[in-house]
Structure formats: structure tokens, C-alpha cells
Design a protein around this ligand. Structure first.
Ligand code: CS2
Ligand code: MG
Length: 412
């Protein structure tokens, strides 16, 4: 059989999503997530103008060959736009193969290595009382691991603090989820690393005192520290036994992690903005990280992320796949099937999608006792309702960005 049709669907139920839908000549369909937060339409063009024409008439069974063809024949390799586009093809072809086999995808990937996936949610608050409320709310929802972000005295809006409406449980009107917002221009936020470094250890001390030693706690530094600042923070957080400190330094400077590692035993996670195994190669081999944060959607698909994680396994490094709401339900399903099947699963990030998103994407995953499971429907277990999707046309939205008090642009 061959690929008959490949459609690129853009929809914005609670936020923008780009989905590739492949249909084979025998009428089987597969879905792939190609969402690149804030730059969605660039991937739409890459797919529609350059990839879809190459897929028509191709053999849908040849997943690895198709991946290699799209990656190598472009000549211009890597980069978030290219790799999100290739990822969507890879996911859709795995979806088709598993549907034809009549199995949930994790069975084709080797079968389940566990009963479910430990997932963490995002607690946040502008101050300690609101942070504690948010942690309690997450515990009530069943989360067994929680990311902690707080406001910093003297700074207004900063990364990771849910907007009022989202914090209040989120009406369906919110842009799903903070931090990207609809609008023609990115919102400006402010930043002061020294104020943050003074504040954060006290926050973790308070959270540990309130919630005890057992709860796995995570924190995202969002690329904002210099190497020596990150080293200092990692060291100061050691008494609070973090599950991980994420993106402590800018992702481009991989040598930074050597310096951080020399100073702290706080586990490190990195890679949500990485695109290929090459971005991970050296930091895995040198054992500079503990968790691979790659997303199926941004790493070129299930095939290359599985290879990267198998490589990481040789160094006892585990998965910590990216799972904010800008990973669509299709990308999340792909992560769950992969996570269930590999041996070195660590944790899965899980932020719930909004109601409208769940109507556009019909899903079969389950969330019970703090564990995710992709479900047993054949394929990825996600179907796209085209009528629902059509109700929500694309709307421009951007991630915010940071400036320091003197006006200098800073990593966000
Ligand atoms: C993040 C994201 O989930 C995370 O750890 O750092 O919230 C990230 O900011 C967004 O995915 C950007 O698109
Ligand atoms: Mg992050």
C-alpha cells in the first residue's frame, strides 16, 4: 500500500496545534504532532510545501527509511522546524503501523516495561501560601511528583507562575496554558537572577517542611543562570533532595554542565529545546545529565528519541520527556507509548489540556493513582475530530520574553 493523502491541520481550541494526518491507499489513517510553540506556521509551510509532496505514493511501512530520506535529502539538517516536521511524519507512520497490527503502539515498541508512567505536574504561586495551595491541589488531583515554581519578591510576572485564571482552575477561556499568550507581540517579563537565587532555597525549605521528605520535587531554571550561578543553586538545593533541576544553564553551552556537575549532586535534566541525538551525545557520554528532556515532537519523532534514550541507558541516564500543553495530545500519546516500553523511563511531565482540546483530540490514555497509561486502542490511541478542529482557526500567539531592570534582553 502507499500514502494517498497527507493533510496538515491547524487548530486552536485552547492553544495552537499543528497536526499531520496521513491516509493510506487502504484507508488507514495516522496522526503526528508538529506543533512548535510560537512558530507554528513555519512548520505548516515546511510540511505543506516540502514534505507532503514527497510522501504521496510512498510506502507507509518504511518508517526508518522515510525518516532517513527526509532528514538526509534535505541537506539542511536539524533545527526545530525541520525536526518537528519530520517528527510528525514518523509519529503518523508508527500510528498506522500499529493500527494495521491491531496493537497499541507500545506493544510494537517492545511491550510494557511497567504498569504506568509516574508523571509530574506544575505547582506554582506568587507567594508561599498560594504555592502551598497549588501543591495541595495537585496532590488532590493525584499527582505523585510536583514541579515547584514561585514568584520572586520584586519581580512581576515570571516563568512558570500560572496566570490568575489558570491558577484558579482555569475557565476554558484561558490560553492553554501559561506561558504562551495570544496576541500580535510577545509579552515582556522581568528578571533578576540574584534575587531569584536568594529566594529559591528558602522556598524549597518551606515546601519540604510543609509536605515532608518523600514527595518528589522538581524545579525548572529555564536556561536563565550562568554556569557558576547554576552550580551555586544546585549546591544550595542539595538539602531539599530535588528529583531534578531542569535547564539550569542555556542549552547551547553544553560545557557549562561540566562546571555545574563539579559542584553539585543535585540531579540535572536538560533537552526540551534539543532536536537530535547530536545535541545529547557529549553530555550523555560525559554523564553530565541525569534525565533526557527531549520531546518526541521536537526530536524528530519516536524513532530517533528511542535511539537517544537507548544510548542514555548505557550511562544510567533516564527519560524525562517534555510534556507541557504545547505538546499536543498526539505528541503526548507518542511519549506515553515510548515511555511505557523503554527500560530507562524516569518521569513524564503532564500538564492537562483544556476541555476544547480534549474535544478536538479524542484520546484513550488513562490517569490513575498518579500514573499515566496510553491505553490499549490500536496505534497511538488518538483521533482528530475535523469538525471540532475546524471551529478553532489559528490565532497568533507568542511566548513571553525577559528583560533585566536596565532593559537588557535576557534568556526567558
Ligand atoms: C517548559 C515549557 O514544560 C517545561 O518544562 O519549560 O513550559 C516551555 O516553556 C514551553 O514548552 C515552551 O514552549
Ligand atoms: Mg522546561
Amino acid at each position: 500500500m502507499t500514502i494517498d493523502k497527507a493533510e496538515v491541520i491547524v487548530t486552536s481550541p485552547n492553544r495552537n496545534f499543528v497536526t499531520l494526518k496521513i491516509t493510506t491507499s487502504d484507508g488507514v489513517t495516522g496522526l503526528g504532532d508538529a506543533t512548535l510553540n510560537g512558530r507554528e506556521l513555519a512548520v505548516v509551510s515546511y510540511l505543506r510545501d516540502h514534505v507532503v509532496p514527497l510522501l504521496i505514493g510512498a510506502d507507509e511501512n518504511r518508517i526508518e527509511d522515510t525518516w532517513q530520506f527526509l532528514y538526509r535529502s534535505a541537506y539542511w539538517r536539524r533545527g526545530p522546524v525541520t525536526m518537528a516536521a519530520i517528527a510528525s511524519v514518523d509519529m503518523a507512520l508508527w500510528d498506522i503501523k500499529a493500527k494495521k497490527a491491531g496493537m497499541p503502539l507500545y506493544q510494537l515498541l517492545g511491550g510494557a516495561s511497567r504498569t504506568g508512567l509516574l508523571a509530574y505536574g506544575h505547582a506554582s504561586g506568587t507567594d508561599l501560601p498560594s504555592l502551598f495551595d497549588s501543591v495541595r491541589d495537585h496532590l488532590e488531583q493525584g499527582y505523585r511528583a510536583i514541579r515547584i515554581q514561585t514568584g520572586v519578591p520584586g519581580l512581576n510576572a515570571i516563568y512558570g507562575i500560572a496566570s490568575q485564571s489558570a491558577a484558579a482552575g482555569g475557565g476554558d477561556e484561558r490560553y492553554d496554558h501559561e506561558p504562551a499568550r495570544r496576541g500580535a507581540k510577545p509579552v515582556e517579563e522581568d528578571w533578576d537572577t540574584r534575587a531569584y537565587l536568594r529566594h529559591l532555597p528558602g522556598v524549597f525549605e518551606a515546601v519540604r517542611n510543609e509536605f515532608g521528605p518523600e514527595l518528589p520535587l522538581l524545579h525548572d531554571g529555564h536556561h536563565r543562570m550562568t554556569p557558576i550561578q547554576a552550580a551555586k543553586l544546585g549546591k544550595e538545593l542539595e538539602p531539599y533532595d530535588l528529583f531534578w533541576l531542569e535547564d539550569c544553564t542555556p542549552a547551547e553551552n553544553q560545557e557549562a554542565l561540566r562546571l555545574v556537575r563539579q559542584h553539585t549532586t543535585t540531579p540535572l535534566a536538560i533537552g526540551e529545546i534539543f532536536n537530535t541525538v547530536w545535541d545529547f551525545k557529549d553530555i550523555i557520554r560525559e554523564q553530565l545529565i541525569d534525565y533526557v528532556r527531549g520531546a518526541v515532537t521536537h526530536m524528530g519523532g519516536i524513532s530517533p528519541l528511542k535511539k537517544t534514550l537507548e544510548y542514555a541507558a548505557m550511562y544510567q541516564i533516564k527519560s524525562g520527556m517534555h510534556g507541557p500543553t504545547d505538546i499536543s495530545p498526539v505528541g503526548m500519546a507518542a511519549a506515553m507509548h515510548l515511555g511505557l516500553s523503554i527500560h530507562n523511563f524516569g518521569i513524564q511531565e503532564y500538564m492537562k489540556h483544556g476541555e476544547r482540546t480534549n474535544q478536538v483530540f479524542q484520546q484513550s490514555f488513562t490517569w490513575q493513582n498518579g500514573l499515566l497509561h496510553p491505553g490499549d486502542a490500536p496505534g497511538l490511541g488518538v483521533e482528530l475530530d475535523l469538525d471540532e478542529a475546524g471551529k478553532y482557526p489559528y490565532e497568533q500567539a507568542y511566548l513571553p520574553y525577559n528583560r533585566l531592570a536596565d532593559g537588557t534582553v535576557h534568556d526567558w
